[in-house]
Design a protein. Sequence first.
Length: 189
Amino acid sequence: MNVEEAIKTRRTIGRVKKDPVDRAIIERLIEAAVFAPSHHNTQPWSFIVMTGEGRARLAEGYARVSAAAVPELSGQPLEERLAKERSKAYRAPVIIAAVCVPSDNPRAVLEEELAAVQAAVQNLLLAAHANGLGAIWRSGDPMYHPLMRETLGLAEDAQLVGFIYLGYPDMTAPEPQRIPATAKTVWLE
C-alpha cells in the first residue's frame, strides 16, 4: 500500500476484536510514529503502551476522574458508574497513550510541540492501517484531567495528546465523507 492509498483508505475503526496484537507490530507502529517532523528536532513524544492487565492503569484513571466529577454519589450507584468507566479501558487489546513531553530547548513553542506529537499519532494511525489494524484516536475530558495524568505517572509538564485504541477490525470501515480539497483551498498567485 503506498502512502497516498493509506491516507485515503484509513478510517476510524471503533470496534475491534479482542485478539492480541503481536508486540513486534506495535513496535513497528511506534517506530513509524517517531519519524514525524518536529520543530528544531525536539522529538517531544513519548508513548505508554497498555495491553493485557496493563490496561488496568487506564481503567483506574477513568474511574478516578469519574468519581471526582460526582462526589455526592456513593454506594451501588457509584460502583456501577465506576465499573462502566473502567470498562472503557478494555474496548481494545492495545491502547497507546501519546504524550507530549515538551523540550527544554528555548526555541521550542508548546503549540509546535503538541503539533509534532499529533503528527506522530497520524503516522501511527497510518502504520496501523497498513498493518491490517483498526484504530480510533480517543480524547475527551478525562484525558485532560489532572487525576488521569497522575494515574499514568506523567511529569508535571507532560500532556496527553490522545489514547489510540488498536486491534483487528470488527466492523466495516465507513465510507469517506470529505469536502473536496478544492473547496478548502485558496491560491494566491
